[in-house]
Design a protein around this ligand. Structure first.
Ligand code: IPE
Ligand code: IPE
Ligand code: MG
Length: 239
């Protein structure tokens, strides 16, 4: 049961967060960037649990982008090691009735990571308190390109005609096909950009930016963002 702190108001169904600022958090403390990622991973656990507590049904978290491979190899390796470790810990969420799913192109990830991802997804598929969507090697442009390729294949196989292609068909070919569109997109860390996260799905999302670095992000910051969302007036192009 969700906490009632939002006074009966409807919290956003789908919240997406760009977990940014780990490197700067470490730098401020004179530590190597990977310490920031380690700390950020702790925040990830806290915020996931809190999102469930306040009644959010879908939580998408941006963990690694298709562009993040540009980073130095030792940083990428440290992040991949953290995923490996956290995928074991993510099993705790299963006991908390949380369904865990992944979006992004997994083919570039290690076999061991891919195996763990698949087994967490399978073992949690019937859980319903919240769906946690982790974006690993995810890029919105890459996702849309893969969707277009899949649609083109159907057209060339004669399963679909070009005239049948609608936004709905495109949506059904995205990694997020099972999830609703994004209501609230949060970006901490001071940057005011989307960095290729859920670009199709956030077309009508509300955006909340803050200067807090991800390792410092607290459950009350998530609540503040939800309060801000509740004060917005969404029109979806209407009046
Ligand atoms: C986000 O933190 C984590 C990943 C992109 C993997 P950053 O590593 O981008 O931290 P900053 O933006 O450099 O502070
Ligand atoms: C976005 O952060 C990606 C993730 C948080 C996983 P970046 O740090 O990669 O984004 P830019 O480079 O500041 O746009
Ligand atoms: Mg960053």
């Amino acid at each position: 049961m969700a906490d009632n702190r939002f006074d009966g108001q409807e919290v956003p169904a789908h919240v997406a967060i760009i977990m940014d600022g780990n490197g700067r958090w470490a730098k401020k403390r004179g530590l190597p960037r990977k310490f920031g990622h380690r700390e950020g991973a702790k925040t990830f656990r806290k915020i996931t649990r809190h999102a469930k507590k306040i009644g959010i049904k879908y939580l998408s978290l941006y963990a690694f982008s298709t562009e993040n491979w540009k980073r130095p190899k030792d940083e990428v390796d440290a992040i991949m090691d953290l995923f490996d470790k956290y995928l074991d810990e993510v099993r705790d969420f299963i006991e908390e009735n949380i369904r865990v799913c992944f979006i992004g192109d997994r083919t570039r990830l290690s076999e061991s990571l891919q195996r763990k991802m698949k087994s967490v997804e399978e073992d949690s598929k019937d859980f319903s308190a919240m769906t946690l969507i982790l974006a690993i090697n995810y890029g919105g442009q890459d996702e849309i390109t893969r969707a277009v390729k899949a649609i083109a294949q159907k057209v060339s196989d004669g399963e679909l005609s070009a005239d049948d292609i609608t936004p709905k068909v495109l949506e059904e070919n995205l990694d997020t096909k099972e999830f609703p569109l994004v209501d609230l997109l949060i970006r901490p860390s001071g940057e005011q950009r989307i960095s290729n996260f859920l670009i199709w799905q956030s077309a009508y999302a509300e955006y909340v930016f803050s200067d807090i670095l991800w390792p410092d992000y607290k459950p009350s910051d998530l609540e503040d963002a939800v309060y801000e969302y509740l004060e917005r007036n969404r029109r979806f192009g209407g009046v």
